[in-house]
Design a protein around this ligand. Structure first.
Ligand SMILES: Cc1cc2nc3c(=O)[nH]c(=O)nc-3n(C[C@H](O)[C@H](O)[C@H](O)COP(=O)(O)O)c2cc1C
Length: 197
């Protein structure tokens, strides 16, 4: 597993070769073995392929258009818009996109009490653990992955398109990789670790 942790990369170029359904199932099965706060298992996964992916991309592009020309939800994040457009192109190439939803989530538009926020944070941590398990399981199978949060540029449109109860957390693009990037830089160990004896 340490090999998978070392060798996993965010993949942004995929081959068009489809992924067998059995591989997708095994990757998600690894996700749902993740620990979760109070074992609530708040995750839901929506597997998007084919025609459905086309519709999802249309919703994503509508959201980006709204952010640029209409009522922006993320007015401070305009500098990341070009990257968000690139992410849409990556998702277009990827044979499979999995949406991770927080089935117990209240969504970003609701005011929450401190306690509700903590509940939400714990659930999101649990879903993040599931996503990371999925990326590592994919790596073990020679399948490339990309964890995507640029979905927030089209949050309204994607949630409407999903029509699902709960809060959209992230997307995961999966496919056979068409690139082999070298390791991206990391902060130095001593910069991020503090020992207290
Ligand atoms: C929560 C989260 C959201 C991310 N969102 C995106 C995204 O929307 N688009 C993208 O291209 N990469 C996205 N990434 C990938 C990061 O850019 C990448 O993990 C980072 O640059 C380190 O590269 P590596 O994964 O190859 O080690 C995301 C990663 C995480 C963990």
């Amino acid at each position: 597993m340490i090999r998978e942790i070392d060798e996993r990369r965010s993949i942004r170029k995929f081959l068009s070769k489809p992924l067998p359904e059995s591989e997708i199932r095994e990757i998600i099965a690894s996700g749902i073995k993740a620990p979760s706060s109070k074992n609530r298992q708040p995750w839901r996964f929506i597997v998007i392929t084919g025609r459905s992916k086309k519709e999802m991309l249309e919703a994503f592009r509508r959201g980006i258009y709204r952010e640029e020309h209409g009522e922006a939800l993320l007015p401070e994040s305009k500098k990341h818009m070009a990257a968000a457009k690139y992410t849409v192109e990556i998702l277009e190439q990827a044979p499979v996109v999995i949406f991770a939803v927080n089935s117990l989530g209240q969504g970003i538009f609701k005011d929450m009490t401190k306690e509700e926020k903590i509940y939400e944070i714990c659930n999101i941590q649990s879903i993040s653990a599931a996503i990371q398990n999925m990326l590592l399981a994919a790596e073990e199978k020679g399948i490339g992955s990309l964890w995507v949060c640029d979905i927030y540029f089209a949050y309204k449109e994607l949630c409407e398109w999903l029509g699902d109860e709960g809060e959209l957390i992230a997307a995961v693009a999966l496919g056979y990789p068409d690139e082999a990037p070298s390791q991206r830089p990391r902060k130095k160990f001593d910069e991020v670790v503090q020992w207290r004896d």
